[in-house]
Design a protein around this ligand. Structure first.
Ligand code: GLA
Length: 527
């Protein structure tokens, strides 16, 4: 009996152990099978949440699978999971020429999610949570139909190329309300405002999430965009903002996709005067072809007009689809013609000296934009920065300073605020520059030539002449007056950098130009 009782007790104990296993231990085992779709959510200091997705498969203690970026799958490597600890690595390639970056992911199970960290090589670790998700969550919004094309009416703005400042070149993701106010103060107090610089433009990384009604909000770096706009206006300046026709901006913030009219209304309500609209994710996700670009940019062109506020429209799609031939049709006041500039001679000169073939597409209200200025950022010599401003002025490019206006050296100020050179940029006739060359020169010989002579007719009948030296040694650069129809005339000339009159009698004029430098003249026929 005892034995049987014992057996019964043992049987009951055995049963309850099985029940215990069934009720508690099994779900733990199930929870520990991490096979499935996951989202890594990282709260950022500016109040956004960054999400990245993973499709994982557990086999024993080995984890395989992919990082999922929109429709792109990047295989993970070194994946392991044991004792609640998960580890894997993702190697991404980017750029041209391609570079690769390894990111290590590590976390431990806490309930039904992981406390999770990613660390890209050479970067600080990023902390967040890895939570269950669904594959649909990783997909971009469905492609929306594009509107039929029509000509967007001219908004009447930017009769001369816009002048101002933009946050990206110097501050990138570090721009915030305090900095923008201080830059507006400096723009007014340093003389920049008097020199013509007007727009204080916030580039990428101001964006927060959308609210329940789908309205875009600013993130914690910009507590009150309307108040900031009021402040900038109180200084007699104008304010610009940035977005993308895609769901995400280039820095991964909220774009305007499917919210074009709503966003234009928000900008107008805040008091925004200028929008830079940057292609970014729209290109990657929806594989738009060149003809699609017109409709994509027309949407925001229409939306800005409909907002009722005068807002300068700056297209940024790096020159895709020969934007200079259609930018004005979609309401654009300016359009980027190139990829991004960097603060070095190679980048600036490669961009600036390759704009002449499309120079003819400018006209008042509609300008080629070879990207923002790097003057004062420290990567070029004073001669190179003088070339930068001169070249941009010959091109009638927008002059958007990209440096820290709060701490400009006297040299930087003397370059950025050279009224004579700025006057060439801002000339009201909006005529285009020509490169003056020997008629027998081929494209190849011209490209190899380090002496570059430019001429731009100005509204008062005078002509701006640029003698540029792209070479690494000083050299003499010559203009023959017959090549600009000024032979045999009595000419007057002013050097726009030395601010002195120059004697240019004779059939030609030669100047010794420093390496990477320029001599810039304003030449008129003497009465
Ligand atoms: C692109 C643009 C830049 C800048 C960044 C911001 O690269 O070309 O001018 O706006 O995006 O993310």
């Amino acid at each position: 009996m005892l034995r049987s009782t014992d057996t019964a007790v043992r049987a009951i104990k055995g049963l309850s152990f099985v029940a215990f296993l069934f009720l508690f231990a099994m779900p733990i085992a199930a929870q520990s099978d991490i096979t499935g779709f996951w989202v890594f959510r990282v709260p950022t200091p500016d109040g956004n949440i960054r999400e990245s997705f993973f499709d994982l498969k557990l086999d024993g203690q080995t984890v395989t699978g992919n990082a999922v970026q929109n429709t792109r799958q990047i295989p993970i490597s070194d994946g392991t999971f044991h004792d609640g600890a998960l580890h894997f690595t993702v190697t991404t390639t980017f750029g041209n020429p391609p570079q690769s970056r390894q990111t290590a992911y590590d976390g431990h199970l806490d309930g039904d999610k992981f406390i999770f960290t990613s660390q890209a090589s050479g970067r600080d670790p990023v902390k967040g949570t890895l939570e269950h998700s669904k594959p649909e969550a990783a997909l971009p919004p469905a492609r929306l139909p594009l509107p039929d094309l029509h000509d967007v009416s001219d908004n009447g703005l930017a009769r001369t190329p816009p002048m101002g400042w933009n946050s990206w070149n110097k501050f990138a993701g570090r721009v915030d309300d305090v900095t923008v106010r201080a830059v507006a103060d400096a723009m007014a107090s340093s003389g920049m405002k008097n020199a013509g610089y007007t727009y204080v433009n916030i580039d990428d990384t101001w964006e927060g999430p959308r609210d329940a009604q789908g309205n875009i909000t600013s993130n914690l770096k910009f507590p009150n965009m309307k108040a900031l706009a009021d402040y900038v206006h109180s200084k007699g300046l104008k304010i610009g903002i940035y977005s993308s026709p895609g769901p995400k901006t280039c820095a991964g913030y909220e774009g305007s996709y499917g919210h074009e009219e709503q966003d234009a209304r928000t900008y107008a309500a805040w008091g925004i005067d200028y929008l830079k609209y940057d292609f970014c994710s729209a290109e990657r996700i929806y594989a738009y072809t060149s003809p699609d670009l017109l409709a994509v940019y027309q949407k925001m062109g229409d939306a800005l007009l409909k907002s009722g506020r005068p807002i300068v429209y700056s297209l940024c799609e790096y020159g895709r689809g020969d934007v200079w031939t259609w930018g004005a049709k979609v309401g654009g006041n300016l359009w980027r013609t190139t990829g991004d500039i960097s603060d070095n001679w190679r980048s600036m000169s490669n961009i600036g000296f390759r704009q002449f073939d499309i120079a003819q597409y400018i006209r008042p209200g509609h300008w080629n934009d070879p990207d923002m200025l790097e003057i004062g950022n420290g990567g070029m010599t004073a001669d190179e920065y003088r070339t930068h401003l001169s070249l941009w002025s010959f091109l009638a490019a927008p002059l958007l300073a990209g440096n820290d206006l709060r701490s400009m050296s006297d040299e930087t100020k003397s370059i950025l605020m050279n009224a004579d050179v700025i006057a060439v940029d801002q000339d009201t006739a909006g005529k285009f520059v020509k490169r003056i060359s020997d008629p027998s020169a081929t494209a190849a010989t011209l490209a190899a030539e380090t002496a570059v002579v430019l001429a731009r007719p100005l509204s008062d009948g005078s002509m701006a002449i640029g003698l540029f030296n792209r070479g690494d040694q000083p050299q003499s650069v010559t203009i023959h007056w017959r090549s600009v129809d000024l032979a045999g005339k009595k000419l007057r000339a002013r050097d726009l950098w030395s601010h002195s009159n120059v004697d240019i009698s004779g059939e030609s004029y030669s100047a010794t130009v420093p390496a990477h430098g320029v001599v810039m003249l304003k030449v008129s026929v003497a009465r």
